[in-house]
Design a protein around this ligand. Structure first.
Ligand code: HEM
Length: 123
């Protein structure tokens, strides 16, 4: 039976599996591998900090995702369809692994953040 997201270890599992898919994804891996040339060993722990802060108020994330994505968008246009695909992959991964209030919350918050990023990039 699936359980809810309960701690950092669960977030690490979610992030590892989700970005495993992103790395291989035909439509959005390009932004990470070619445009930003992301260092995955740094990016994944940062994403865990980000999600842990959202779900459990851990206070360990102090970056600015809006600015990071505006910069990315200036280098290569991130379209609505890319964000929709990111969210679809994210939701599918959460649903594969977890079930419960925190699982619903992380999906909803991510859709809202994606919408805000999208609006900022295309205003
Ligand atoms: C098509 C959609 C997206 C693409 C292509 C994308 C791509 C990227 C890339 C390439 C970076 C690394 C930037 C760098 O280090 O130079 C990044 C950072 C990040 N992304 Fe996204 N992203 C997407 C959607 C999202 C969404 C929806 C969220 C939040 C729910 C998110 C959260 C973050 C965070 C927290 C960082 C780290 C920012 C920092 O503190 O440096 N991303 N993203």
């Amino acid at each position: 039976m699936k359980t809810d997201i309960k701690d950092r270890a669960d977030i690490e599992q979610l992030v590892a599996i989700f970005y495993g898919k992103i790395k291989e994804d035909a439509s959005i891996s390009y932004f990470f591998n070619e445009v930003a040339k992301v260092n995955w060993d740094e990016h994944l722990p940062k994403m865990c900090d980000f999600f842990e802060n959202i779900l459990f108020f851990s206070g360990n994330y102090d970056g600015n995702p809006m600015v990071a994505h505006e910069d990315l968008h200036k280098k290569s246009e991130v379209k609505g369809e890319h964000f929709n695909h990111w969210n679809a992959l994210f939701d599918a991964t959460v649903d594969e692994l977890f079930e419960g209030k925190k699982a619903e919350e992380i999906k909803q918050r991510s859709v809202n953040i994606a919408a805000a990023m999208m609006q900022k990039a295309h205003r």
